[in-house]
Write a protein that binds this ligand. Structure first.
Ligand SMILES: [Zn+2]
Ligand SMILES: [Zn+2]
Ligand SMILES: [Zn+2]
Ligand SMILES: [Zn+2]
Length: 480
């Protein structure tokens, strides 16, 4: 711990234990928006490899892959990636190769993550792999496991997984209970590694980043550059403040967010947004994000259940929607949603578009215009329409999501920045350079804070903005 404190001191950070909260990361100087607060390489990581998609074990790249010929489980994109992982994979490869082929193919990313955790610790103990203040097993030991709060079913599952790990490692005297506890640690502490567009690529354990606590109104954001986790300040953070990121999708009512945090991270959030639970503003926000729309199409009031329980009354104009009418639309919506494909295979895009369009129409009738469900349906339509290269309809849906994004992702949020970016790309493709420039500028304003300025993704965005600007000024001068 002392070693870690010294390493953090150099980064103007400090760890303190706060009663009820546990370890917290605090700043010892001011940080400005966009500044990197802390970054860390994973202690261990695995890509989300499945039969549908594989990625390089070292860099998560999905092209030019070659399978490890010995174990046939792990992929690499290049010799240098294979070499960089070899010390660790050599042991993993040996263990995996001993398994029966069918069993080997069934080894999940979580099992691999645990195998790697044990092997890396062993290699660090034997000094084959160097350890440092921010890279050692003691940091993993210090992570919370919340064992007492896990239900029986989950404990049984962890015990089964621990047995499989023990079977693969075949270490005499390995502690199965400790492996099970480590599975619980991974569930509460491991991070989903995403690309710059926030698409999930894999899972990693970052024991120092794990010290950073959650808030539904965070002052920082965690993103990834390749496998390294980088925390950027998204607002001015004064000296002595706690660094906070969001662990969950923050678009949702307080009850929805709290449920997600309790289920996955086993704690109750007491952030400023959550502490408003039950107050009028919070009830209003829930009714807007997850409730029904007013009968009058021109009214954007929010609806609350009538005291007699027979309907929902608009808090702005007083119109009432009956329970029966709402039930009717909701059941139509349900039978449509049951037909909607969970994932869309490419040959079914046209069919999916018509299902989601019908869902969108019904949701518009049922839900408040700022409804999160409606926003999510429009996101699906946007994605499928982009696959179909129907740029103009895609743009229409993209634009409809922006006001909802502004509301549910306030301040400097990567998802809002990315949505402006998509909007700008579509406007550009449709020849609307003037609006493309405006959208790309909004994207840059947010993303240069959340993503930094040096990644290939951001460099690409800067180039696109310059191109759009050049074309807009050319158009302008030729119109004169
Ligand atoms: Zn690679
Ligand atoms: Zn191998
Ligand atoms: Zn909260
Ligand atoms: Zn109304």
């Amino acid at each position: 711990m002392e070693e870690l404190q010294r390493a953090l001191e150099d980064r103007s950070l400090t760890v303190s234990n706060v009663p009820e909260k546990g370890r917290c990361l605090f700043t010892t100087r001011d940080f400005s928006p966009g500044e990197v607060i802390i970054s860390q390489e994973p202690y261990v990581s695995v890509p989300n490899n499945s039969s549908a998609e594989s990625r390089c074990d070292a860099c998560f790249e999905s092209s030019n892959l070659k399978k490890c010929s010995a174990c046939q489980v792990v992929y690499y994109c290049s010799n240098s990636c294979q070499k960089s992982e070899w010390k660790l994979h050599r042991l993993e490869c040996e263990a995996l190769s001993k398994l029966h082929k069918e069993r080997r193919m069934a080894v999940t990313p979580s099992i691999r993550l645990m195998i790697k955790l044990y092997l890396r610790t062993k290699l660090q103990t034997e000094r084959v792999i160097p350890a440092s203040a921010m890279d050692n097993y003691k940091l993993v030991e210090a992570l919370v496991a919340h064992m007492s709060e896990i239900d029986e079913k989950q404990l049984v599952l962890y015990a089964q997984m621990a047995n499989l790990v023990s079977l693969i490692l075949q270490w005499p005297g390995i502690n199965i209970k400790e492996i099970a506890e480590n599975f619980s640690k991974l569930a509460c502490n491991a991070h989903t590694i995403c690309d710059s567009e926030l698409r999930p690529l894999g899972t990693g354990l970052y024991p120092v980043i794990s010290i950073v606590n959650h808030s539904c109104l965070p002052n920082s954001v965690l993103l990834f550059e390749g496998r390294s986790a980088v925390v950027h300040a998204v607002q001015h953070i004064p000296k002595g403040a706690e660094v906070l990121i969001s662990y969950i999708e923050t678009a949702g009512s307080t009850l929805t967010r709290q449920k997600a945090l309790k289920e996955q991270y086993l704690f109750t959030c007491t952030c400023p947004r959550c502490s408003k639970v039950g107050k009028y503003n919070d009830i209003q926000e829930s009714a807007v994000l997850e409730g029904y729309r007013c009968k009058d199409n021109g009214c954007i009031g929010f609806l609350l259940r009538e005291s007699d329980g027979n309907g929902f009354i608009c808090q702005q104009c007083g119109l009432v929607r009956s329970k029966e009418e709402i039930k009717q639309i909701a059941s139509e919506l349900k039978s449509l949603s049951d037909k909607a494909p969970i994932s869309t295979p490419s040959h079914n895009y046209q069919e999916s578009v018509s299902v989601y369009r019908a869902i969108e129409t019904l949701q518009r009738k049922l839900y408040h215009p700022f409804s999160i469900s409606l926003m999510q349906t429009r996101e699906k339509l946007l994605k499928i329409l982009m696959e179909l290269e129907d740029w103009s309809e895609a743009l229409a849906y993209c634009r409809l999501t922006i006001p909802v994004y502004q509301r549910v992702y306030p301040g400097c949020h990567p998802l809002l920045g990315l949505q402006y970016y998509t909007c700008g790309k579509l406007e550009w493709l449709l020849g609307d350079t003037e609006n493309a420039v405006k959208s790309l500028i909004k994207a840059v304003d947010i993303l240069q804070i959340t993503h930094g300025t040096s990644t290939p993704f951001m460099k690409d965005l800067f180039v696109r903005l310059e191109e759009a600007r050049a074309e807009a000024s050319y158009k302008f001068s030729s119109e004169e």
